[in-house]
Design a protein around this ligand. Structure first.
Ligand code: KG4
Ligand code: ZN
Length: 348
């Protein structure tokens, strides 16, 4: 099945065309640079930028794929969780496209997309396994009993891990997005220079907390006054160590508890080199294989959305014949998709 995937949950406008859930015929993404001057994503600006960019991104994806538009058999759009204004652009565009062409439409979870990025990249990865999704908006651990069947293990109680990277980066004057900037500056720093707190380490559960770490960094920066280049690098490295250390700790503990031998990581923070290094080392000692999608599938993309869509469309995704754009949408209970498979039905 040839599926067109659309992603507009946050600040990435992306369209991909994927055959049979794995064969990527084209993937085009436009990152919105408009937010850099604000040090974070501005929802209204994001929605307007999606409006301007989506038609072009679609035409580029179609041209790159070499596929005639008439050969597209279904459309998948990320309809949550995310910024509602941004989501509405993708969802409305997808509804219009499907209405015009008489195609089935399925609305999928962006979080499930981050898990499916691993399915795309690693055919050998088979449930059950543990998934760690770490991005700018989410930090969660799920037990993937099967594709589409998730048991929640834990989430963040406050900030997301990527959000902490972004905020600390802003504090240190390193720009947005913070993850890549921090990890680059941290290369020259000493990760043991400052012992920042590991949120909820002593709690025997799989929840996370990043607000304490963020505050600890802010207080430290205030105490130091003007920072030298080396001090900045040491803070970046020490912060990064604390942020990823707790992810490794809890993820491997989750694997032990559900007796999983595989851990699949997804989301923008999965691109972090130190996280991968630490997980590989500690995971190997515990006999757990860790999977990280290639960088372009870690950060937001439409290929993962098309892959989830293919999965549900192949299974005849069921009505209701309506599809919202939802700001909050937990990954569990599992298997909930918003499908609109009958072009004769009205759409909200
Ligand atoms: O998955 P994603 O593209 O968007 C969301 O769904 O939120 O993740 C973006 C987040 C940002 O917070 C960004 O700072 C972080 O991922 N990020 C990183 C790295 N690359 C991106 N964090 C740590 N290290 C990186 N190399
Ligand atoms: Zn994401």
């Amino acid at each position: 099945m040839i599926v067109l995937g659309i992603e507009s949950t946050c600040d990435e406008t992306a369209v991909s065309i994927v055959r049979d859930g794995r064969d990527v015929l084209s993937a085009v993404a436009a990152s919105q640079m408009e937010h850099a001057e604000f040090g974070g994503v501005v929802p209204e600006v994001a929605a307007r930028a999606h409006m301007e960019t989506l038609p072009d991104v679609y035409h580029q994806a179609l041209a790159q794929s070499g596929v005639e538009v008439g050969r597209i058999e279904g459309v998948a759009v990320a309809c949550g969780p995310g910024l509602v204004g941004a989501l509405l652009v993708g969802v409305s565009w997808a509804k219009g496209f499907c209405l015009g062409r008489g195609l089935p439409l399925v609305g999928v979870s962006h979080l499930e997309g981050h898990i499916f990025a691993n399915r795309l990249a690693f055919p050998e990865l088979q449930p059950p396994f543990v998934a760690l999704v770490v991005s700018g908006g989410h930090t969660l651990l799920a037990w993937v009993r099967d594709w589409g069947d998730y048991v929640g293990l834990g989430t963040t109680r406050d900030d997301a891990c990527g959000e902490a990277f972004d905020k600390v980066s802003k504090l240190l004057g390193l720009g947005y997005p913070g993850g890549p900037a921090i990890s680059q500056v941290a290369e020259a720093g000493d990760a043991n220079a400052i012992r920042f707190p590991r949120g909820m380490r002593k709690h025997h559960n799989f929840d996370f907390s990043y607000s304490g770490l963020k505050t600890a960094v802010a207080l430290h920066v205030r105490e130091q006054g003007t920072l030298s280049q080396q001090q900045t690098a040491d803070i970046a490295a020490s912060f990064q160590e604390a942020a990823v250390d707790i992810l490794v700790d809890k993820s491997l503990a989750a694997c032990r508890v559900v007796r999983a031998r595989q851990l699949a990581v997804g989301g923008g923070v999965a691109a972090n080199r130190r996280l991968r290094e630490l997980l590989d080392d500690t995971g190997a000692r515990a006999g757990i294989d860790c999977f990280y999608p290639p960088l372009e599938l870690c950060t937001d993309n439409a290929t993962m959305i098309a892959a989830v869509g293919d999965f549900y469309l192949e299974r005849g995704a069921a009505p209701p014949p309506w599809m919202p754009a939802v700001a909050r949408w937990p990954l569990w209970p599992a298997g909930k998709v918003f499908a609109w498979a009958d072009p004769d039905q009205p759409v909200d």
